[in-house]
Write a protein that binds this ligand. Structure first.
Ligand SMILES: Cc1cc2nc3c(=O)[nH]c(=O)nc-3n(C[C@H](O)[C@H](O)[C@H](O)COP(=O)(O)O)c2cc1C
Length: 303
């Protein structure tokens, strides 16, 4: 009879043996069983397949041609214009001047810690503006020359993006922010405004898609949830499946901006990946494929 705690530890160690071959399982060898459970015969190995499919190789002419396309006039012009999101419909809300970030970067880095419990107090619109602008706002521009002698204007944002394609769009679910009705908004970097995207009900539906109980990750007491909405084809059109790697990479870079800015402003934040995708996408009106919720960060006043 194997002691229950030891049995669980053995299972856990076994499941890591593939990535840490030095980890020795004792007694129970469930690794093979676990592999069988996700074997092709029953389920496709999508994660491993994705890693293989998104590799680049020096002989990959398809990839090279696709990337080359983006240095020619039509693509330069296309991407100069794609950011002009004037097609976004909905009431727009101007943002106030962002609250200045006073804290030294080194101090923010050392102080940052995931904060999951919040006081329920409201956040100022200037704090929200700082989170949005310093995460996804336009911070620079360049004139890119075309072969015709004309130029196309490019806009650069606070967080880096593969090829400057910006496949991750920043949305915010406002729970308790001064001067902004509860609802979901999309941040427009070019216009530096919030565009209404979903009503108060969408915020409740989104919160209900989070699987962590509220006493552990207290969204009800939070002021806002920053939402990283991804349009993967913006990168995949150029980089193929590798473009999807960029989407996750960039959502991570952006969420780190959110954490460091929150820390600097005295706010608290935490990453939240524990959401049910279909429910969250439905709440946001995303199809879950061409536009999907890649990640969230919950922000509020630390309790
Ligand atoms: C990609 C990612 C997803 C995460 N998802 C969650 C989550 O769903 N719920 C949660 O409470 N914390 C989540 N976290 C926070 C981690 O638990 C936390 O970063 C880790 O415990 C280290 O603690 P620290 O952030 O305070 O340094 C996530 C972190 C990352 C990077």
């Amino acid at each position: 009879m194997v002691e229950a705690g030891l049995a669980k530890a053995t299972v856990a160690i076994s499941s890591y043996r593939h990535t840490s071959p030095g980890a020795e399982a004792i007694g129970l060898r469930t690794q093979g069983l676990r592999y069988d459970n996700i074997d092709e015969a029953r389920l496709p190995r999508v994660a491993e397949d994705f890693l293989v499919a998104s590799r680049t190789n020096e002989w990959d002419r398809d990839g090279a041609l696709s990337v080359m396309d983006y240095f020619a006039d039509p693509m330069i012009a296309t991407f100069g214009r794609l950011d002009q999101d004037s097609f976004l419909e909905g009431r727009t809300y101007a943002l106030p001047q962002p609250n200045p970030i006073g804290m030294e970067l080194g101090e923010s880095v050392l102080r940052r810690r995931s904060v999951r419990l919040f006081t329920g107090d409201s956040m100022s619109a200037s704090d929200l503006a700082a989170l949005l602008i310093y995460t996804a706002g336009v911070t620079g521009e360049a004139e890119v020359p075309l072969t015709t002698g004309a130029h196309e204007k490019y806009y650069f944002r606070a967080a880096p993006s593969g090829g400057g394609l910006y496949p991750v769009e920043l949305y915010v679910a406002v729970i308790n922010v001064n001067g902004l009705p509860k609802g979901v908004y999309r941040y427009s970097p070019r216009r530096n405004v919030l565009v209404e995207h979903g009503r108060a009900m969408s915020v409740d539906e989104l919160a209900a898609s989070i699987s962590t109980p509220d006493d552990q990750l207290n969204t009800r007491g939070a002021a806002a949830i920053l939402l990283f909405g991804a349009t993967p084809w913006r990168s995949m059109r150029k980089y193929g499946p590798r473009g999807l790697r960029f989407v996750f990479h960039e959502a991570g870079a952006m969420s780190e901006h959110v954490h460091l800015i929150s820390t600097s402003l005295g706010l608290g934040s935490t990453d939240c990946s524990s959401f049910y995708d279909d429910k969250a996408n439905l709440a946001l009106g995303f199809d879950g494929q061409f536009r999907f919720l890649a990640h969230m960060a919950v922000v509020g006043w630390p309790a």
